[in-house]
Design a protein around this ligand. Structure first.
Ligand code: MG
Length: 241
């Protein structure tokens, strides 16, 4: 009985509290979000994006030694096997990234040797690029995976030789002044319009051998991997968040 009475009083008090409120109490007007104009057509860069590759030049990129050594043909950027990975001159933390890729066609190899490249957020955390067309491999290393940490929610790859579209939403890890991890990295990945990583919390970096670990860092370049295959890229743009 006492409990019932208490609940009734609580409901009455709550009702009374809300009854005294006005709508304006839960509305605010500042800060006003910036105006960003969408790109002209699906996948096109919005007005505030940094264009990292538009089919013409590689001025936004560098190689392991000097300028970026990969090739531009027909508006596509293609890995030049053996020349090493390339990275942006600009350093980033939280970003929205749009990038399109294509595996070589025909491609004779299988598994991890077929259309392998990679998109390394902050040079350390790999979203796998791999041919996903009838190409079995370990699932936490297939296309759409966070390399060796998390398999994708689906295989959203289309066909070998066709362009694939990644949209990646990245929250950088934060470290305290003592170097301790304050908040881990988190990623959402959409491949060809299909959600393949849903707010996945990373356990650390994405090494080929061994377990993930975090090492403190600040803003770092975006990196594209040379894994010995002539993977092509196009329409790369990024928004700082
Ligand atoms: Mg890779």
């Amino acid at each position: 009985m006492k409990k019932g009475l208490f609940t009734s009083v609580l409901i009455l008090l709550t009702f009374n509290l809300f009854a005294q409120m006005v709508p304006e109490e839960t509305e605010w007007y500042a800060p006003v979000p910036p105006k960003v104009n969408p790109g002209e057509g699906p996948g096109r860069a919005p007005s505030d994006a940094i264009i990292l590759f538009d089919g013409v030049d590689l001025s936004q990129w560098k190689g392991e030694k000097g300028d970026a050594p990969w090739e531009i043909r027909n508006g596509e950027l293609t890995v030049k096997p053996g020349t090493g990975s390339i990275m942006t001159r600009q350093h980033f933390a939280d970003v929205q990234l749009h990038i399109e890729f294509r595996s070589p066609d025909p491609e004779q190899h299988h598994g991890q040797n077929r259309g392998n490249s990679g998109i390394f957020l902050q040079s350390k955390y790999e979203v796998q690029v791999l041919d996903g067309d009838h190409n079995p491999t370990y699932v936490n290393g297939m296309v759409g995976s966070i390399y060796k940490q998390q398999a994708p929610l689906a295989n959203a790859y289309t066909r070998n030789g066709e362009w694939q579209v990644y949209d990646i939403y990245w929250r950088a890890p934060l470290f305290g002044t003592d170097g301790q991890l304050e908040s881990p990295a988190m990623i959402t990945v959409v491949l060809n319009g299909i959600l393949v990583q849903n707010n996945f919390v990373l356990k650390g970096d994405t090494p080929y051998i061994g377990y993930p670990t975090y090492t403190p860092h600040g803003r770092l370049p975006l990196m594209l991997q040379d894994h010995g295959t002539e993977v092509s890229y196009r329409n790369i743009w990024i928004r700082e968040l």
